[in-house]
Each structure stands twice: as C-alpha cells, then as structure tokens.
Design a binder for this molecule. Structure first.
Ligand code: GTP
Ligand code: MG
Length: 197
C-alpha cells in the first residue's frame, strides 16, 4: 500500500520483482543501480548466498521525479526465486504496489515460469490482494540466449489474453530494464490516482 507523507510531500511505493530462480531479478536491480545518478538512489542492499543466489531479498530505493509537487520514491525489492524460499516471498509481497514478473526465456525454464507465476498469484491472494488488480508487467528476460523460446510461445502460456503489458529484455546488458521499470511505475501511479489516494 503506497505511503503518502504529506508533510514531506513524498509518495512511497513498493515494487517487487518476482520470478523463478536465476531468471535475472537481481540483475535488473543491479543494472538500475549502476545507471542511476547518485542523488536519485539510496544504498542497494543484497542478502545473498556465497553463490549470489538471493537469500532473502534485494532492496533499492529510487527517486523517480515528481508528480503534483510530490516526490515519488520507489522501493524496489526482489524475491528469492528458489522454490523452497516461499515464506520469504510471501513476506516480501506485503504491502506491494506493483509487480514485475521476470520470466526466463530459456526453453528449459518454461515450466518454472508457469509455476512461479501461479505461485505469485497464490501468494498475492494469501496477502489479501486480487492478483488481477495489482499493477503488473511481465518481462521476458534472457532474449539474448540462443535457447530462448519464441516470444509467441511465452506469451501464450504467461499472458494468453494479452491483458498485461510485456517487454523483452536482456538484463545482463541492460536491454529492456528501464523500459520495464518505467512502465510499472506509471501503472502504480495511475492506480493511485484511480483510487483517489
Ligand atoms: N545471458 C543472460 N544472462 C542473464 C540475463 N539476466 C541475468 N543473467 C544471468 O543469470 C544469472 C542469474 O541472475 P540473477 O539476477 O542472480 O537471478 P535471480 O532471478 O536474482 O535469481 P535468485 O536470486 O536465485 O532468484 C546470472 O549469472 C546473470 O548474469 C540475461 O538477460 N542474459
Ligand atoms: Mg536474486
């Protein structure tokens, strides 16, 4: 739930990057961190294993400009994608304002994407959200790899009615990363307006 601080004239929103293990969630945040000016970002915090798998979450606070005199601050989180960290994923979804579902385009991760999206929807329901109403975008990541599944096949299984805005990306080189972020931020802000908050 976005937190609006009237005296500081600030809107605080929470964005969560969700998706199967190794799909590239942390890589998205790293790229954003590297390409954002000092004054617009806070410290990036990563709680990871020795092999760089996210253990609990990554966190990156960002300022993304102003609307109507209010500074918009986005708190970016990633969840740990490994199946057995489900309790952490649930916790990280608390109070979420927008979700980026990062899919791994590689053929061998096709099922893992489907399961992770279903896990996201279930965890959102468990937190009291209607998964169809939470602002969300899909990012098909790792488009640079030779074993990437055709886009149409990914869409057919993850976004069959085309209702969710989706983007192709290669987070390792940065392609599509800011496009994805900008769009989810826009969705969150227009959702705030719609709800009159
Ligand atoms: N070729 C290629 N590799 C990528 C891309 N995005 C991420 N990777 C690589 O995939 C591996 C996993 O990336 P992470 O960002 O750590 O994945 P994650 O989703 O955070 O994984 P968990 O924290 O375990 O859930 C790393 O070696 C990345 O460099 C991409 O677009 N293309
Ligand atoms: Mg990670």
């Amino acid at each position: 739930m976005a937190f609006i601080n009237y005296s500081a004239r600030e809107i605080n929103c929470k964005l969560v990057y969700y998706g199967p293990g190794l799909c590239g969630k942390t890589t998205n945040l790293k790229h954003i961190y590297e390409r954002t000016a000092e004054e617009a970002k806070g410290k990036m915090i990563s709680l990871a294993t020795e092999t760089e798998r996210t253990l609990f979450f990554d966190f990156l606070p960002l300022s993304l400009g102003e609307i109507r005199g209010f500074r918009t601050r986005f708190h970016l989180y990633t969840v740990p994608g490994q199946v057995f960290y489900d309790a952490s994923r649930k916790l990280i979804l608390k109070g979420v304002d927008g979700v980026v579902f990062v899919a791994d385009s590689q053929e061998e991760r096709f099922e893992a994407n489907v399961e992770s999206l279903e896990n996201l929807r279930q965890n959102l329901r468990d937190q009291g959200f209607d998964p169809d109403k939470v602002p969300m975008v899909i990012q098909y990541n790792k488009r640079d790899l030779p074993n990437a599944v055709p886009l149409a096949d990914l869409r057919e299984s993850l976004n069959p009615d085309g209702k969710i805005q989706d983007f192709e990306a290669a987070a390792a080189t940065g392609q599509g990363v800011f496009e994805t972020l900008k769009h989810v931020a826009k969705l969150v802000l227009s959702d705030l307006k719609r709800l009159g908050r």
